[in-house]
Design a protein around this ligand. Structure first.
Ligand SMILES: [Zn+2]
Ligand SMILES: [Zn+2]
Length: 109
């Protein structure tokens, strides 16, 4: 398969579309957000808004203190897990890198 230049990031990729894999995923997510499908999937509007706000000013992970990298981006994590009674209010969110956020989940939170 010939290499193609991604429309979004200008990186070369072997996909069939005009964008590379990560950019296609990102585009799909943006489209989903605009359509509100994440709300339908159960995360809810308040989660979306709070997550967006928390990540706006975030520069480092609240758990490990490291800045995000390309393969370990910042995500909005719950300070008190939902299963422990945490809410989707803004003050229950903090910026967490993907690794810390996922690591937490693996331990049952
Ligand atoms: Zn790309
Ligand atoms: Zn972290």
């Amino acid at each position: 398969m010939p290499l193609r230049e991604c429309l979004a990031c200008r990186g070369l990729h072997r996909g069939t579309g005009p964008r590379c894999g990560p950019c296609t995923t990102q585009q799909d997510r943006a489209r989903d957000a605009a359509r509100g499908t994440t709300t339908e999937r159960g995360l809810g509007w308040s989660h979306q808004q709070a997550a967006k706000l928390v990540l706006t000013d975030a520069t480092t992970c609240a758990i490990c203190g490291l800045p995000p990298t390309e393969d370990n981006p910042l995500t909005a994590g719950h300070i008190i897990a939902r299963v422990d009674g945490g809410t989707n209010e803004l003050d229950n969110y903090q910026p967490e890198c993907q690794r810390c956020n996922y690591g937490k989940r693996q331990h049952g939170r």
